[in-house]
Design a protein around this ligand. Structure first.
Ligand SMILES: Nc1ncnc2c1ncn2[C@@H]1O[C@H](COP(=O)(O)OP(=O)(O)OP(=O)(O)O)[C@@H](O)[C@H]1O
Ligand SMILES: [Mg+2]
Length: 254
């Protein structure tokens, strides 16, 4: 189970969740993508979300069976499959849950127990905050994909996020695979290369070889409800997410 997560906003979490999920399906995996962000952009970007369609809100607030909300989107991907559970209009209310103590953080993990065997990968798109939705994602995930934009402030906020992760790992008594992915990367810019070097230095072994280059097609595709592989097969964006999926599955995830 993979959380695409970073407390910083606008770093490419949703873009990564959408296109990594589809890339994995195109590699033949059975993939379930969950939208844990009340903004609902994952569902919209994959073309499934009606504004009032229930989904993760019902699962996390009322304990409803997640199977009820699974939308099959792409079964024509060779042997692979891409299913989606949208956020639902009430998802923001999860942040206001007061009952349940630490159990509030375990709702997602518990909800997914029945369905994990139906999929090779379950991937969650997380909101840009350190609230209860993010905590649920961290408790349920075995691996984290952490998109980082290629600017200097990104480093600063990543350090504080990594400190939060250490705390969570201590609390849970287990460690998670951490895979930092640079997004909106400009090879020609010195700053981007310097940020890459700093990341390598500060987080050895955690930075993926694949960086996602700046690519306008990646920004355009969600408004058509299409992944990059549908919107523009031949593009840097498609190449990079294909390569990231291969790197993660063959070299990094266990
Ligand atoms: N590689 C890229 N090339 C060009 N544009 C990109 C790229 N990655 C992301 N974007 C654009 O940057 C913006 C932010 O990306 P995205 O929504 O994926 O970030 P996010 O981390 O999910 O944001 P939020 O924190 O609000 O959920 C979007 O407009 C998206 O289209
Ligand atoms: Mg997002």
């Amino acid at each position: 189970m993979i959380a695409v997560i970073n407390q910083k906003g606008g770093v490419g979490k949703t873009t990564t969740a959408i296109n990594l999920a589809h890339a994995l399906a195109l590699l033949g995996q059975r993939v379930l993508a969950l939208d844990l962000d009340p903004q609902g952009h994952l569902g919209i970007g994959l073309g499934v979300s009606e504004k009032d369609t229930a989904g993760m809100d019902e699962v996390l607030l009322n304990g409803s069976d997640v199977n009820q909300f699974v939308v099959s989107t792409r079964n024509d991907t060779g042997s692979g499959q891409l299913d989606v559970v949208p956020a639902g209009p009430g998802l923001a209310n999860v942040e206001h849950l007061v009952d349940g103590g630490t159990q509030r953080g375990m709702r997602l993990k518990n909800a997914l127990q029945n369905i994990v065997t139906d999929y090779d990968t379950v991937i969650f798109d997380c909101p840009p905050s350190a609230g209860l939705l993010g905590i649920n994602a961290l408790f349920a995930a075995s691996d984290l994909v952490i998109p980082v934009s290629s600017d200097f402030l990104a480093l600063q906020s990543l350090s504080s996020f990594m400190t939060t992760l250490q705390f969570v790992e201590k609390t849970c008594g287990r460690s998670m695979g951490k895979h930092i992915v640079m997004t909106r990367y400009h090879q020609q810019r010195r700053l981007a290369r310097e940020v890459r070097e700093s990341l390598q230095q500060h987080f050895p072994g955690q930075l993926t070889k694949t960086s996602i280059r700046e690519n306008v097609a990646l920004a355009e595709s969600p408004s058509y409800g299409e992944s990059i592989f549908e919107y523009q097969q031949v593009s840097h964006g498609a190449d990079d997410y294909r390569q990231l999926a291969t790197e993660l599955t063959t070299e990094r995830w266990h």
